[in-house]
Design a protein around this ligand. Structure first.
Ligand code: MN
Length: 323
């Protein structure tokens, strides 16, 4: 009998029959996972709670406080174990869920993951994964559409936020005609799209912008300006009390320079050096593969268990061979 029911219907049945539901974001959440959580909470109603997972070194992006229901969210210390269904959103692997939520997820009577990461192997009892789709928000939109569920204005705020932020304002390769059809449908619910974009992109802490500007002014170039890199040492991190999310976007600024083919940002951490790479034509994963990292063709990352200068030397050596 079960084989006759599709995954969307199964998920809807689970939501209907569960008494208490926990919706969880991935660790250090972004606009997609938070937007989806807000939307799903709006759809399910009061029997659902949201858990926003944040580690100590992450500054919760207040940016997203405008999303409905986020203010009442649970955190690790206020989490209970009363749930009979847990739904993880935009979460590529079980490692993106930290304890105590991870144990709760594994031991829960029913668990669902809804996601769009190609690398997601499916770690829940019920997995609804559409690898390669632009955003989790798109997967959720398609879920509601397939089930003929009306998307309200309140639900659309979260979905539009996820769609906008995960497509880099509709400019990444994952953006398709379907993305724009979805944006159009969401817009017709009456949401204010220019207001949402403003809330997402003009709401940075002052320190973040000053931190990024100082680092960008100290960018280094080599191989005829085809390679650019920034070294983020502990000195800068301390000076600006920079959180993990402060470095987001810097590498894109380097990539925006016309001569630059490969851009690196290297950051000192306790376990070595965290590297993020952006490229134009070259396959970035050919570099990160050497260091057990991963990602996409134009955007990848890895952690090298060496100090920052040694890591830079290794990266430049690999890059030179590909140029
Ligand atoms: Mn996402």
């Amino acid at each position: 009998m079960l084989s006759l029911i599709n995954m969307e219907e199964k998920i809807l049945d689970l939501i209907k029959e569960s008494k208490s539901i926990l919706i969880i974001t991935h660790i250090n959440p972004d606009g997609d996972t938070l937007g989806c959580a807000s939307c799903l909470r709006s759809f399910i109603g009061d029997k659902a709670d949201i858990l926003i997972q944040i580690n100590d070194n992450f500054n919760f992006p207040n940016t997203y406080n405008f999303l409905p229901y986020l203010k009442d969210s649970k955190n690790f210390s206020t989490l209970s174990d009363k749930y009979d269904l847990i739904i993880a959103l935009d979460t590529a692997s079980i490692d993106r869920i930290l304890n105590p939520a991870k144990n709760l997820f594994i031991n829960c009577k029913n668990s669902i993951v809804i996601d769009h990461h190609k690398t997601n192997k499916g770690f829940a009892k019920f997995n609804h994964i559409k690898g390669g789709v632009s955003s989790c928000a798109q997967v959720l939109f398609d879920f509601f559409t397939k089930l003929n569920i009306k998307i309200t204005k309140e639900m659309a705020i979260g979905l539009y936020t996820g769609l906008l932020t995960d497509t880099g304002c509709f400019k990444y390769e994952s953006t398709t005609p379907h993305t724009f059809e979805t944006a159009k449908e969401l817009t017709t619910t009456g949401i204010n799209i220019s207001n949402i974009a403003d809330l997402c992109y003009t709401n940075n802490p002052k320190n973040l912008v000053l931190f990024q500007n100082e680092l960008i002014s100290k960018a280094n170039f080599c191989f005829n300006d085809r390679v650019a890199y920034i070294l983020i040492t502990k000195e800068y991190i301390d000076k600006y009390n920079a959180k993990d999310n402060f470095t987001e976007g810097i590498v894109e600024v380097l990539r925006s320079i016309s001569s630059v083919e490969v851009a690196f940002v290297l950051k000192e951490s306790e376990i070595g050096t965290k590297v993020s790479i952006r490229t134009k034509e070259l396959d970035a994963t050919k570099i990160t593969d050497k260091f057990h990292g991963g990602g996409h063709k134009r955007a990848a990352g890895c952690t090298i268990r060496k100090n920052i200068n040694k890591s830079l030397e290794l990266l430049l050596k690999e890059t030179k061979e590909l140029l």
